[in-house]
Design a binder for this molecule. Structure first.
Ligand code: FUB
Length: 363
């Protein structure tokens, strides 16, 4: 890693520890109600927050009927102490946002789904995604059940903005976090998912849940994200989830100790000129990285960095084409002055170079 990048990661890590030590009863407690969010100077950032009346994160953007819809997490204050499992991310509902064109006003369509409406879900509604098929919109979301195990649920609506009606049980065979649904040209839909540490992927390595965190040795292949094609009704996995292999330049799986490149969470797939781009967060090294392949199952070969570290510990994004321009949606913690669990979504243009590589964005 270059020295400047090391410094940036160090500063962000310090910021994380500092923010997690702040009292939840600090002045930020009332910001959601009063809309008085103190912000650090906007000129230090590449982009301004898209929304400032509530905290939002993990923006999954899609274009439906020529309108851009954003399906983010809704961050909230919590008195749960911060830890490496992300217990402080105590979100309880989702809002949907829309923009008729880039730069236009962002409309908040209100609560689209609440944890209180989902029979199987108990807490922590983390990063969602959405899809459309045959007149129905699908909202996919992770949440912990009463046993504290992350599962992935689905809810449906005839409107892209909801309200969404949840299925009574999570998707059978689902686990971990951060679902991202990609529609290929042949009308097949694939769900990518998974996250280590608080996302619990490391607890499923033996294909059943083990309430203990075991990680591969640094010189062993890293834990892989998962992919499963969805059934035609979009409500179930059509197959057992498979490993998404991310390879290095010599065709070997990235190693568990390769923290700057290995998968951590926040999977996303887009297709550009017949190439499949699998992008993801490297978690504790704070990058959005990407790897490319020639089919939706991979393997994908590591290519580089889409987004450098943001203010706040987590990095999470989506990539979408809207009116002929590609965009990178992401979040940082500008509005909360770096409080990692109180984030705000942003957008900037994304460039594919002539050789297909992606220009790195510094936020
Ligand atoms: O928002 C909660 C979690 O933080 C998400 O699921 C992760 O991707 C990270 O952004």
């Amino acid at each position: 890693m270059q020295n400047t990048q090391r410094l940036l990661v160090l500063l962000l890590t310090i910021g994380y520890i500092g923010s997690s030590c702040q009292s939840p009863n600090s002045s930020q407690t009332s910001t959601e109600e009063t809309n008085e969010i103190d912000s650090v100077p906007a000129q230090e950032f590449l982009a301004a927050p898209l929304i400032s009346h509530i905290y939002t994160a993990d923006p999954s953007a899609h274009v439906f009927n020529d309108t851009l819809y954003i399906y983010p997490s809704h961050d909230i204050e919590s008195d749960i102490p911060a830890d490496d499992l992300g217990s402080q991310f105590a979100m309880r509902d989702y809002h949907v946002f829309s923009m008729t064109e880039m730069g236009s006003e962002v409309t908040d369509h209100g609560v689209a789904l609440s944890v209180d409406e989902v029979p199987w879900a108990d807490r922590q509604m983390w990063a969602p995604d959405a899809a459309y098929r045959d007149g129905t919109y699908y909202l996919y979301f992770p949440a912990k059940d009463e046993a504290g195990i992350f599962r992935i649920g689905v809810a449906t609506s005839t409107s892209p903005t909801g309200a969404f009606a949840p299925n009574p049980a999570p998707i059978e065979g689902s686990f971990s976090i951060d679902p991202a649904v990609f529609q290929d040209n042949d009308e097949a839909y694939y769900m990518y998912f998974g996250g280590i540490w608080g996302g619990q992927l490391q607890r499923w390595e033996s294909e059943q849940y083990v309430a203990e965190d075991t990680y591969p040795a640094d010189d062993q292949p890293a834990i892989s994200p998962k992919v499963a094609r969805l059934t035609d009704n979009m409500l179930e996995f059509a197959e057992e989830p498979k490993d998404v292999m991310i390879l290095d330049e010599s065709g070997k799986p990235l190693k568990a100790g390769d923290n700057e490149r290995r998968f951590f969470e926040a999977a996303w797939v887009h297709k550009y000129q017949d190439t499949y781009y699998f992008s993801y967060s490297t978690g504790d090294t704070h990058y959005i990285a990407y790897a490319t392949g020639d089919n939706p199952y991979g393997p994908f070969t590591y290519q580089g960095v889409v987004l450098n570290p943001v203010l706040g510990w987590t990095n999470h994004h989506s990539i979408v084409e809207f009116n002929g321009q590609w965009y990178l949606f992401y979040h940082d913690a500008e509005l909360s002055n770096g409080q990692t669990h109180l984030r705000n979504i942003k957008v900037t243009e994304l460039t594919h170079r002539a050789d297909g590589s992606i220009e790195t964005t510094t936020p």
